[in-house]
Design a protein around this ligand. Sequence first.
Ligand code: SAH
Length: 399
Amino acid sequence: MEQDIQLQVKPGFIKKYQNGFPLIEKAALVNPDVLKKEGVIVHLVDTHRAFLAKGYYGRQNKGYGWVLSQKQSETIDAAFFARKIQKALQLRQQFYHHPETTAFRVFNGEGDGIGGLTIDYFDGFYLLQWYSEGIYTFKEAVIQALKNAVDYRGIYEKKRFDSKGKYIDDDDFVTGERGEFPIVVKENGVKLAVHLNEGAMVGVFLDQRNVRQRIMTHYAKGKTVLNMFSYTGAFSIFAACGGALKTTSVDVANRSRPKTTENFHLNGIDEAQHDIIVEDVFQYFKYARKKQLSFDMVVVDPPSFAKTKKHTFSVGKDYKDLMKDTIALTKPDGTIVASTNYSALSMQKFKGIIAQAFRELNLNYQLLEVHTVPEDFRTIASFPEGNYLKVLFIKKLDK
Ligand code: SAH
């Protein structure tokens, strides 16, 4: 057995770890240089070398690993991982029994006690995502624990930790049956195509489930809907299923056209009634303004950072302008769904950006709904940063 490594926590950070903060930050450590091999168990200790917490070393963005236990006597072994996974599964029982939804998150990183690992369920298939080489060293114990705890058709994984913290493009199959992709999952009765072995993204972002449902059940009927950064068209599909007059989906990636069409077909919708436009949204804004187009509802859900040939976009710098463009295309009394998953931006700041965009246009708005991550994306009070999603439903007022 290797010796566990002692990491001394700077005085200013001790309280934080005592209160259950799960992320091991470099800035909190007196002696980060002792860390060499990812996956080693580390003990956080105070100035007097008294135990604070134990966790593992793994480089993820700016993080140096995650706390796994605040109990000195708790051993990090196969049984530990099995306990965490069983608990997480227990908490999702109502999702397994939902007749109209067959895709959800069963394990959400530090929210379920193991930072750097997520597990999603897609109609009998499981997808594990490993966010550092460190957490990946526990692969055997985690997969064994999952296999013991659930009935599964197949298990897939994504390794999201090359030297730049990116997805490693590999065969993502782990064990069980190989899926015939796309597999078709249901979400509140709507069908969506999922590909577990085709790059970093699988076709649906599960964290927007409640937003999609609200659009379908409360907003879409009889409306024209513009879906910016549409990816596989999920928001458009739900709007169409909710009775939208017409949807327009805009995404710069070529794949978005066949993937959106596929999702329309799965739900028996004739895509000829809908527009799928492969274009940079910033070009589309210009075009739409020239043609004086306007929509009853506009959904904007950009990536945190994006680079196309013409444009570099970052949520932190550019969301206000994006919002101003969006407001311009929204009919008076129309609805804007503004979304971001940029974790460095707080809800309060995000709301401030929206307010500023309206102010600069001399227009008024009413905030209708606020959404964050859904309940299967479990978060803990000691790490509010884990709740990265911010979605606002906004009504553009007539005057
Ligand atoms: N709203 C989608 C998820 C968006 S993912 C959903 O709910 O499923 C981000 C998408 O933005 C990607 O599909 C990417 O191709 C697209 N994208 C990035 N930059 C873009 C740009 N400048 N114009 C249009 N699409 C862009």
